[in-house]
Design a protein around this ligand. Structure first.
Ligand SMILES: Cc1cc2nc3c(=O)[nH]c(=O)nc-3n(C[C@H](O)[C@H](O)[C@H](O)COP(=O)(O)OP(=O)(O)OC[C@H]3O[C@@H](n4cnc5c(N)ncnc54)[C@H](O)[C@@H]3O)c2cc1C
Length: 428
């Protein structure tokens, strides 16, 4: 198996991973950055198909590369043998990545909550619809309802309008009082206040609702109507697409596989982004949802720590702490309300991969029981979608993760098994 050795292995090339790579490379470390996406940038800096790498990401990639960092895109890490050898796969087959220190910068995924009709074609995640648009899906002239929770709704609604879509409304589940309080507190974060003003200005034609959420989507072959609850009243819209997501869920699978402590569905880190496992650091939204600026600040702290420069990491901690305060305000404001736990009807599919309905899950005790009895979470996405939903609906923490984290072919599994065996033999 092909093997690549580095001093600092950064997994994830979003704001956190790129910042970590640049910081560690600047300190003289030999850095390798691996990301499963075809291009660096993560979620927020995902470029349009014909653009290449977005400028914000490009600047950090250029900086890190000029300092000697290497980049490996289209490569997913799916298994590990201790914290020093990780296994990845790309178009050329499996790879062993040997390293001294790891920075996990795995990001977050959108949280989808199941409601009747959410599996109809034309119902997308909010970031999912944006990503499809950037990959070529034509959204112009489409009538689109944007619903769920969090500032991403406004950002994507504005982006859809710029692409010529007709956004019928932005439907935010958070209560009005919380949103007003959040808005008033933005003076402490002037750059974010400007962003919010700019976003709302660009959405002046689009009605924005609070205390609002989807109740059901209807249609024959694909979504045609969306029924919403808006401040206690029912509103029905004729739609072409629905973009819907209820905040984010931190990606923690690889951290759990490495043995890092996970609590409250996020990777636990100390003041210097160190996880509970020696030599493994974590930065960005895997440690909690606080936005791209916080991810970047955490990345700088983690990168310096991985390169052994605690003095430089300490300086970046103040920036990181300020951004975390913003993250805490986000979390308070956009906390999901209890009513959303009643969204699924008995026949609503919760696990799409294995076609498991809500009725089969309501009486299950925990995620493991649900897996054993219904196969929920055992399909090709390995619970990435339904796991986050059930975490909210049932309060279930994720159960133990097992490799491979993503589906891989039998020959890849066999090669990794043999490599693992060789490692164990040489260690004994
Ligand atoms: C779908 C989506 C769309 C978003 N759109 C916006 C937006 O328009 N505006 C905005 O302000 N914020 C947006 N956000 C939020 C924003 O992405 C985050 O605030 C920010 O990107 C977090 O940075 P990060 O570095 O922690 O994670 P990310 O940017 O998510 O980067 C994590 C990277 O890790 C990689 N990765 C994860 N696991 C593995 C693995 N096992 N092997 C290899 N690579 C791996 C992923 O491919 C990804 O590139 C979006 C989030 C999501 C989930």
């Amino acid at each position: 198996m092909h093997e690549i050795v580095s001093e600092v292995l950064v997994i994830g090339a979003g704001p956190a991973g790129l910042a970590a790579a640049a910081a560690a490379a600047d300190d003289g470390a030999d850095v390798l950055v691996v990301d499963e996406n075809p291009r660096p940038g993560g979620q927020i800096w995902r470029a349009d198909r014909d653009v290449g790498v977005r400028s914000e990401a490009g600047e950090l990639v250029t900086l890190a590369t000029s300092l000697g960092a290497r980049f490996l895109s289209g490569t997913a890490v799916f298994d590990a043998a201790g914290g020093r050898t990780l296994f990845a796969v790309n178009g050329h087959g499996p790879l062993a990545l040997r390293t001294k220190r790891v920075v996990l910068a795995l990001g977050a995924t959108e949280r989808q909550l199941p409601f009747p009709g959410w599996t109809l074609p034309g119902v997308f995640g909010v970031g999912g619809l944006q990503a499809l648009g950037k990959s070529g899906l034509d959204v112009s002239t489409r009538r689109i309802a944007v619903a769920g929770s969090g500032p991403l709704l406004l950002a994507v609604a504005a982006w859809l309008e710029r692409r010529g879509a007709k956004v019928l409304g932005v439907f935010e589940q958070a209560p009005k009082g919380d949103i007003v309080r959040f808005g008033r507190g933005l003076w402490r974060h002037p750059a974010k206040l400007m962003q919010a003003v700019h976003l709302l200005g660009s959405l002046f034609r689009v009605p924005c609702y609070h205390d609002a959420w989807p109740v059901r989507a209807e249609g024959r072959e694909q979504v045609e109507r969306l029924v919403l609850s808006v401040a206690g009243r029912e509103l029905t819209l004729e739609v072409d697409y629905v973009a819907c997501a209820f905040g984010f869920a931190p990606v923690t699978g690889l951290a759990a596989l490495l043995g890092c402590a996970i609590e409250d569905a996020r990777v636990q880190v100390d003041a210097f982004q160190r996880t509970s496992v020696e030599g493994v650091l974590c930065a960005g939204e895997s440690t909690g949802i606080a936005g791209a600026d916080c991810a970047r600040a955490e990345g700088v702290v983690a990168g310096h720590m991985a390169a052994g420069r605690e003095d430089l990491a300490r300086t970046a901690c103040r920036w990181r702490d300020r951004e975390r305060r913003f993250g805490a305000a986000l979390e308070r404001t956009f906390a999901l309300r209890d009513e959303l736990r009643t969204l699924p009807a008995t026949d609503t599919i919760v696990c799409r991969c294995e076609d498991v309905a809500w009725s089969a899950l309501v009486s299950r005790e925990d995620e493991r029981d649900a897996k054993l009895q219904t196969r929920a979470g055992m399909g090709s996405c390995q619970g990435r979608v339904c796991g986050a939903a059930l975490g909210f609906l049932k309060g279930w923490p994720r159960s133990r993760v097992r490799p491979p984290l993503i589906p891989v072919t039998m020959d890849v599994l066999a090669e990794v098994g043999a490599a693992r065996h060789r490692l164990e033999e040489s260690a004994s």
